[in-house]
Design a binder for this molecule. Structure first.
Ligand code: SF4
Length: 214
């Protein structure tokens, strides 16, 4: 994709959805951090189902810690990898209380120092809670970036760096949401819906398909 195609690609996605949001449900920065931490290899729908129950009884670091390991596991056991996630969330709550006054820190370094919080989770929190122009490359963004030619790369980090370089500044804060939603609902893993895709003319794969069927 060249610069003009990238511009049209994002202009089209923005026109269809001017204010994209995460599909994770949260009511505070801490709830967002907890939800993202729980969402690794799980669907947002599944995480929301569990966190609706969990946050109704505990939605601060102190309240989650008070549940203890068994109590927390009971609330999140429908989520994959719940045992290690429960352990990480408790350790994270402890650190938030001891080192950050119970608040979620705004720096990448401090976020990535929290158990269970890697680069992707830190990117989501920085973007969604603090409106930083970060790119949290998940499986959808990785696929869409490679298929379209927007930011090809062999690793999530390479794709992230490519996106930071190639996405025009005005689209950077919302880009990761548009790409996730596009990957989730249109440019799907097994069967991309190219025939109804709004950015076929901008996408490398879409243009190739068109030229071979023309
Ligand atoms: S044209 Fe096809 S491959 Fe390209 S972004 Fe759309 S759905 Fe994905």
């Amino acid at each position: 994709m060249n610069a003009a195609q990238i511009e049209r690609f994002f202009a089209t996605l923005r026109a269809a959805n001017p204010h994209p949001q995460t599909e994770l449900q949260y009511a505070s920065v801490f709830e967002l951090l907890a939800a993202v931490l729980l969402s690794a290899q799980a669907t947002d729908v599944g995480v929301n189902k569990a966190t609706r129950r969990l946050f109704a009884v505990a939605n601060t670091p102190a309240q989650i810690l008070a549940l203890g390991l068994d109590g927390l596991e009971q609330h999140i056991k429908t989520i994959g990898l719940y045992r290690s996630k429960a352990r990480h969330l408790l350790q994270t709550c402890q650190i938030l209380l001891e080192q950050h006054g119970g608040e979620v820190p705004r720096s990448r370094e401090a976020l990535e120092a929290l158990p269970g919080v890697g680069r992707k989770t830190a990117n989501v929190v920085l973007n969604v809670a603090f409106a930083e122009p970060t790119m949290a490359v998940d499986t959808h963004i990785f696929r869409v970036s490679n298929r379209t030619g927007l930011a090809p790369g062999k690793t999530p980090l390479a794709v992230e760096m490519g996106l930071l370089k190639r996405v025009p500044a005005e689209y950077r804060v919302d880009a990761h949401h548009w790409l996730i939603l596009h990957g989730r609902y249109v440019c799907q893993a097994r069967k991309p819906l190219c025939s109804v895709c709004a950015v076929t003319a901008e996408c490398d794969t879409g243009r190739l398909l068109k030229s071979t069927t023309a």
